[in-house]
Design a protein around this ligand. Structure first.
Ligand code: SF4
Length: 341
């Protein structure tokens, strides 16, 4: 939607809420990225703890993660068979969020295909990971950052690699993975918790069956710490502005959001005052003001050019005049003179 703005700024009752007193603030990759996307969504989800909607896509992703945790969590370096892996998937499967059996079957068939492809690619070079689904808590300034690392491998040359599974349909560009906050946090966690500096950090995209492996540096670690500290400071100050973004239509809290609540409310009940009339008139006037401003700029240029060519500084209309004033730096302005002939 085209955005029209009125030149008025005033205090907003939603811009600054009460400061958050949780001490220390606990953050995770998910909560940080939620805050960076929309601080108000963060407030609904992590401060007010409004339950979100458990979608089929979420349950599908969690089931794949749990099946792979069981697959890699072995006492000996021998890959479980495909049948065992599919058994782990059955064990991990959460059937509750699907709307009916047909939808569940579609997701389950897809999950079995994804696990079969994973087995083909990984069983022949199966190694026992250093850790799987490892929870961590690390201090960063006044903040405690928590998370779960899907997997960390140790390679024959002694180097370490952190692997995070993703269930996106498409691969992102590599430069997105190079800047990914989640991998940077895991890099820091490996250093803090185990004293290990991973040589590689990898996103494993399970649906297309492809990995994107990148590196992290000490400078990335410092930048990540600063980024987390900045988010924590804004949360502590109670900054929870709604930030409209491309994912608003999928936001679990859209019906409560001040940017969208009126849209759903007016479907259910008419407004007690003629607010719709006021809104329509405001929009109309703003559009007119915008087109008037464009035309004014065009006319100003015509008048200025004429004055400059003719050596004049005032032009007369029927009952008023336009005066051109030049400032020393070559700029000029036009002003209206009423009733001056
Ligand atoms: S609908 Fe959009 S702006 Fe509103 S809380 Fe959700 S993400 Fe934020």
């Amino acid at each position: 939607m085209e955005e029209l703005t009125l030149d008025f700024t005033g205090p907003s009752d939603i811009a600054l809420a009460e400061p958050v007193e949780e001490n220390p603030i606990r953050l995770s990759y998910s909560s940080i990225s939620t805050y960076e996307l929309c601080p108000l969504q963060y407030k609904f989800k992590y401060v007010e703890r409004e339950p979100g909607i458990r979608t089929p896509a979420l349950a599908f992703g969690e089931s794949l993660h749990e099946a792979l945790r069981l697959f890699h969590h072995q006492p000996v370096p021998v890959a479980p068979s495909l049948g065992q892996l599919l058994g782990y998937l059955d064990q991990a499967w959460d059937a509750t969020p699907y709307s009916d059996e047909r939808e569940e079957r579609t997701y389950k068939d897809h999950a079995r295909q994804v696990m079969s492809a994973y087995h083909r690619a990984n069983a022949p070079r199966f190694v026992m990971p250093v850790t799987v689904e490892q929870r961590f808590e690390i201090p960063i300034g006044d903040v405690t950052v928590t998370g779960i690392i899907d997997r960390m491998d140790r390679h024959p040359d002694g180097s370490y690699e952190i692997i995070d599974y993703k269930t996106n349909r498409r691969l992102p560009p590599k430069k997105i993975v190079e800047r990914d906050l989640q991998l940077s946090i895991y890099y820091l966690a490996a250093q803090e918790v185990w004293g290990i500096t991973p040589r590689w950090v990898t996103m494993y995209y399970l649906l297309p069956g492809q990995r994107i492996t990148v590196t992290r540096t000490e400078a990335d670690g410092i930048a990540t710490r600063e980024r987390i500290a900045d988010v924590a400071a804004r949360i502590a100050a109670g900054e929870f502005r709604p930030t409209e973004n491309r994912l608003c239509n999928w936001c679990d809290y859209k019906a409560k959001c001040p940017l969208f609540a009126h849209e759903s409310r007016r479907v259910q009940q008419p407004d007690p005052v003629d607010i719709s009339g006021a809104v329509e008139e405001w929009i109309k006037l703003q559009r007119k003001a915008k087109s008037d401003a464009v035309r004014l700029a065009q006319l100003s240029t015509v008048i200025h050019d004429y004055c400059a060519a003719e050596g004049l500084d005032r032009l007369f209309g029927e009952d008023a005049a336009v005066t051109r004033t030049a400032s020393g730096d070559g700029l000029w302005s036009l002003s209206l003179k009423e009733n001056r002939r």
